[in-house]
Design a protein around this ligand. Structure first.
Ligand SMILES: [Cu+2]
Length: 181
């Protein structure tokens, strides 16, 4: 009992310390993602908060800054069941400056991983606009919990077609295309 009590107090203190920090979580995770290929597991509960934080995070040290969305937020559902694994809608056209909120509905974990982005400027901005602890460049964190959301801003992302997949369900053809106008 005594040890449990201490463990709980310690956990509470750590949680309290994290919650009390003034820097948004995305400050550190974005910086880490920019300099190191993330190999750690993702605390998925933080992704929505990190997304919100990333939208207001300024540039640090000359790296491309996350550009906050200025337009509409579109929603894409991530589903998986006996009928298949899908992004819905799989084809979506947005305006530069809009955001897309990927919502985990069923069959997770899902993620958003862009492929075939060859323009270095597009790659850098899109990667900067992807919050959380990524698994690699343009490769978003795993989204596990129902109703958990992952928001990507398309501010400053050059017009074009952006192919993406869900890494865990690549073999099930879970993929989509975003057209930025
Ligand atoms: Cu998936």
């Amino acid at each position: 009992m005594r040890f449990h009590g201490i463990a709980l107090l310690t956990s509470a203190a750590i949680l309290g310390a994290c919650g009390g920090e003034k820097q948004p979580a995305a400050d550190t995770s974005a910086a880490a993602a920019a300099t190191t290929p993330a190999a750690t597991t993702t605390p998925t509960g933080d992704t929505a908060a990190a997304a919100a934080g990333a939208a207001t995070t300024p540039a640090a040290g000359g790296a491309v800054a996350a550009a906050p969305a200025t337009g509409q937020t579109h929603e894409v559902k991530m589903t998986g069941d006996a009928t298949g694994y899908k992004f819905e809608p799989a084809n979506l056209t947005v305006k530069q400056g809009d955001a897309i909120k990927f919502v985990m509905v069923s069959g997770g974990p899902h993620n958003v991983a862009f492929q075939n982005v060859t323009d270095p400027a597009a790659k850098a901005q899109l990667d900067a606009n992807m919050p959380g602890q990524k698994m690699g460049e343009l490769n978003g964190p795993m989204i596990m919990q129902p109703n958990e959301a992952y928001v990507i801003s398309f501010a400053k992302v050059p017009p074009g077609k952006y192919d993406y997949v869900c890494t865990p369900h690549l073999a099930m053809n879970m993929k989509g295309v975003i057209t930025v106008q």
